[in-house]
Design a protein. Sequence first.
Length: 452
Amino acid sequence: MLIANAHIITWEEPNRILPGHGILVENGRIAAIGPSADLAASHPGVDTIDAHGQFAMPGNICAHTHFYGAFARGLSIPTPAPRDFLEILRKLWWRLDKALTLDDIWLSAQVCLLDAIRHGTTFLVDHHASPNAIDGSLDVIAQAVEESGLRAVLCYEVTDRDGPEKMRAGIGENLRFNRSLEGNPRPLLAGTFGLHASLTLSDATLDECRAAAPAGTGFHVHTAEADADQYDSLARSNLRVVERLHRHGILGPRSIAAHAVRIERREIEILAANRAWVTHQPRSNMNNAVGCAPVETMLQAGVRLGLGNDGFPNAMWEEWKTAYLVHKIWHKDPRRMSGIDIVRMAIYNNASLAGEFFPQLPIGRIQVGAAADLILVDYQPFTPCTPDNLPWHILFGFHDSMITSTIVNGKILMFDRRILTMDEQAVVAHACEASARVWQRFEKSFSGETND
Ligand SMILES: [Zn+2]
């Protein structure tokens, strides 16, 4: 397949913008890049998509998300609104996840995947919880991912909050799914080992997870998302959260510490020294009122920091814009959080994180041999647009609705805004029915409780 007449944004380092170029795709990878007319002449008869001057760029990457949370949209909590982060967990997420069956997991993954295709997010790192449907839950999500045509890294969140039996079922689900990928490579899928957060994991459970996971396994764990995680960790261990996770062998070069909002200098040094990944989700942090992560300090300290969405819509440029704005108001300084730092997280670091899980396949840049995971963006700049000022064109000019086509592994998932791999109307109709039943179970979980 040849994508002709594109303005290519390569997102190499340094970045290049190549007007009037084409991309030749073969076997899921980029086989050639060159002036469009030259590629068309040297490859006559090849299937051709005319980009009509649109921008072609690597698909967006989301470093931390929760497909299972999709049915929270529009859900009301039948008690006074949560006052803090722990109440948000107790009143919302720890009831919604218990209301999910395997069928619901299938549909909530599908609506998130539809949203990701439409918004050009081609690679997602998911963190799943469904305490009443643990066994096989990752297979259900994996099948939805493969049918959608997107790429994803999956895990199940182990936690002590529902007792030792479900804790061990969570460990088992991670191990079972990861083993199923060994010797049976599925080009769109990878696995990791999920942990909920320090505040719901005992020392014994952390050790059990560490012992169960094969050497080299990474962990994906919420880390110091709110003060409550730090107070809990200090009470349990006299250690701060990052120190505690490090002490139990959880933080390594394939581990993802999501959020790291309430951390101190010593914890930043530990994250950097262990080459652990941190992900930033400013929309979620604002929504939960947990504070603003010390992102620039972490970047300067050498922490490998990516950008996720924590279950917010898979419109990653919205996350870019939120990150760009919130640090300015938080510090009352318009020089904070430059577009270059946003690109460092969302483009280069997210691409490197993807590479941890697909080491044989360059992802997140347009170069020969890289994954053909691409989007076309119908953006018409009315000021000069160069590699140097591109971050600000994206921050102030790009909208996710400008994405017209999404391609992963050389397969077209959306063309001219029509989704080709999924029946969007049928998925949405089924999700509406299923989510109404999930909401009934959610509501029922409050019956008999005092109204506080
Ligand atoms: Zn999360």
